[in-house]
Every structure is written in structure tokens, then in C-alpha cells.
Design a protein around this ligand. Structure first.
Ligand SMILES: Cc1cc2nc3c(=O)[nH]c(=O)nc-3n(C[C@H](O)[C@H](O)[C@H](O)COP(=O)(O)O)c2cc1C
Length: 211
């Protein structure tokens, strides 16, 4: 059983989202020792570039299926590699800080690489999208400096965005742990919220390991 863990904060040991995810993974490994974690530090690991040849390959995949040039083939191979890494996992765990109401650019880059027609989503004749990456347990650990309402906060472009793109790939059963407010209400409140989120994450891992 493999967990693909994407770590989207560059802050290492100082990161709140990473610390909470570590609590999640520790509890998961405790409950299910056979689990293998592939950890990808998105600010350190190479993520394929998505430039003109990759974009053209994507348009060709969506359209008439014209032959790819050599440069497009090379770019698309890298895309396929990233998609295979995603598909090989039974679990997807993403930790991310909120950056400018949304997500850090390295996580966005990963999304732009893996969300692809024919690979992670399909479109049928009626124009309906169908996810091709179903059946993964999916967890988001999202930290924020401020305090955002659950579910319907008009300033939260982080959680709804991630849920939208994951859903497009077929990952519709997403469990989320919020780590907030990490700045807006002072260090004491932040420390309390961090401990609460770690506890919530560990309980979620135990619950999900049983499912
Ligand atoms: C570049 C940058 C942009 C940020 N933008 C926001 C924001 O829009 N809203 C917010 O509530 N906090 C924002 N923050 C604060 C972080 O979301 C907060 O400190 C979070 O706990 C960081 O998570 P981490 O410790 O896992 O990196 C921002 C921080 C940085 C570095």
C-alpha cells in the first residue's frame, strides 16, 4: 500500500502544514505498518516544466490526435512519468500552506503537469468530464495565516480549488484537516490550533486506516 505525499511548503521543520501531516503519517504507519510513503518535497524535487511543447501535446491529445513532434513527445513522456507516479499510489496526501488565498506555485506546477486529457480525465461525446484516477484515499492538510470559514468562505481559493482539480481527476472523496489561524490571532492561538490539528490528523489517519 503506497502513499504519495506531496509537501508544498518550502519551510521544512518550521512548516505547520508539514508538522500536521507528519502527525497524520505517524498515526497511519502505527495503524497500518505495511504502508510505504513516497514523500515528494515539491520545492526540492524536480517537477517537469510545462512549456510550449507540453501545451501543444495537450492540445493534440484533446483534439484530432495529430502526430507529436520530437520535442512534444519528450515533454509528454515527462507528463506520463508524473501521472504514473500519481496512479501508482493508493493514497494521495497533500500538505499545503495558503499563499495569496490559493496554493504555492510548485503545487500548481504539479497540477498543471498531471491534469491531462486521456491520462487523468476524459471527456465523453456529450462533453461530460470523467475522472480517470478514481479509488484513492485522498487527504489535504491546509494551513493558513488567517481564519477562514469551513466550506463557503469567499476568500478561500485554496481548498475549493484543490477539491475542484482533484475531483476532475476522479478524486472526489477528499478528507481535509485545516491548520488555522497560524498568524492572525497571535502565537498562543496558533500553538493551540497546531496541536488541535495534529490531534485531528492523527484521529483521521486511524479512522481511514480502518476503512
Ligand atoms: C507567500 C505567502 C503568502 C501567504 N498568503 C496568505 C494568504 O493569502 N492568506 C493567509 O491566511 N495566509 C497567508 N500566508 C500565511 C501562511 O498561509 C501561514 O503562515 C501558514 O501557516 C504557512 O504554512 P506552512 O508553515 O506550512 O508553510 C502566506 C504566507 C506566505 C509565505
Amino acid at each position: 500500500m503506497k502513499v504519495l505525499y506531496l509537501e508544498a511548503s518550502p519551510r521544512g521543520e518550521r512548516s505547520a502544514s508539514t508538522a500536521v501531516t507528519e502527525a497524520f503519517l505517524a498515526a497511519l504507519l502505527d495503524a497500518a505498518p505495511q504502508v510505504e510513503v513516497e514523500r515528494v518535497k515539491l520545492f526540492e524535487a524536480p517537477i517537469p516544466e510545462f512549456r510550449a511543447p507540453a501545451a501543444e501535446a495537450k492540445y493534440k491529445a484533446m483534439g484530432a490526435g495529430a502526430d507529436l513532434t520530437d520535442a512534444e513527445t519528450a515533454s509528454w513522456r515527462q507528463v506520463i512519468g508524473a501521472v504514473e507516479q500519481l496512479k501508482s499510489a493508493d493514497w494521495l496526501v497533500i500538505s499545503s500552506p495558503m499563499w495569496n488565498y490559493s496554493i504555492p506555485y510548485r503545487l500548481k506546477q504539479w497540477i498543471d503537469v498531471v491534469v491531462q486529457p486521456g491520462l487523468t480525465f476524459g471527456v465523453d461525446e456529450s462533453g461530460t468530464y470523467k475522472g480517470l484516477v478514481a479509488g484513492k484515499k485522498t487527504v489535504l492538510v491546509l494551513s493558513r495565516g488567517g481564519q477562514y470559514r469551513q466550506g463557503d468562505d469567499p476568500n478561500d481559493f485554496q481548498r475549493p480549488y484543490l477539491e475542484k482539480v482533484l475531483g476532475m481527476m476522479g478524486l472526489t472523496d477528499v478528507r481535509t484537516v485545516l491548520v488555522q489561524p497560524m498568524l492572525a490571532q497571535g502565537p498562543e492561538r496558533a500553538a493551540q490550533a497546531l496541536e488541535q490539528a495534529k490531534k485531528e490528523a492523527a484521529e483521521l489517519a486511524q479512522e481511514m486506516a480502518r476503512e
